[in-house]
Design a protein around this ligand. Sequence first.
Ligand code: AKB
Length: 342
Amino acid sequence: MTLLRKACCAFAINARRYSSNVQNKKPPKILITGGLGQLGVECAKHLRGKYGRENVILSDIIKPTNEVFNDGPYIFADILDFKGLQKIVVDHRVDWLIHFSALLSAIGEQNVPLAVRVNIEGMHNVIELAKQYGLRIFVPSTIGAFGPDSPRNPTPNITIQRPRTIYGVSKVHAELLGEYYYHKFGLDFRCLRFPGVISSDPPGGGTTDYAIAIFHDVLRKGHYECYLKPDTRLPMMHVKDALRALSEFLEAPSNTLNRRVYNVTSMSFTPEELTDKMIKHIPDFTITYKPDSRQDIADSWPQVFDDSEARRDWNWKPTVNLDDLVSLMIKEVKEKIVANGF
Ligand code: AKB
């Protein structure tokens, strides 16, 4: 074969490969577990906008509202039932798994055996599932994966992690298990440590949830009793930023990721600072403080989260600051109250 013919052949083969790659670039089929928790419904909306309605399947063991059911595919999935999960992955040809099922920090302390089952046994199931079927798997972690021995201001990506809640222990377990499966089996495990995520959905048993409950109570009753002290500083993020972080991170090419677990955040504030901003919009509400056991949890968590590694490796950049967050929450919670009466 002449040199020219060889070159032409190579070009033709590469062109064929290229065009078949482009043709094959179909959107991923995504399964979301724990779909009726704090992030699931909004996450499904966000990803359906990107990958198509039919490609994002929301799942949970709870019966959905009509609105959720009519929004797109919704199925029953129990993360403690491994065979059931296998069937879903096969029947729906799932490519990516977003594993939201978990009991949050405050609620986990009230039922430790259930938290162990859901947060730890559930994680064992989904990680094996992802390995067996070659799925990309996203598992959220949290500022709650740190504890009183960790540096709190700022808390870097890699540091001491000795959490004192079952939620935190289960999340450290998930981080380590995921990294282990990545190194041992090449599993495409991805994990973001989120701060308190603020959305207009009602609070779901977390310690950072005062920053959600305050909007609901103030807009309905004109008063909020806060279970944290006024100067308790915690990292926070609006759900819009959280979902953008999640989808940008899921799409980041594997070779740009120096880690499988990244801190992400937008801002840090105290109940007092949040109240000062809210008063500009709603001048006549009142707040009282009655710290409870959640104060101990908050006091062991990061105050300021260092997400410089996420910014460096996959260009993470938050867009919603505290002023924007307050305006968005007032608007969105008012809309929820009008629509649902809660
Ligand atoms: C909680 O407060 O438990 C959660 C979290 C920070 O992970 N919102």
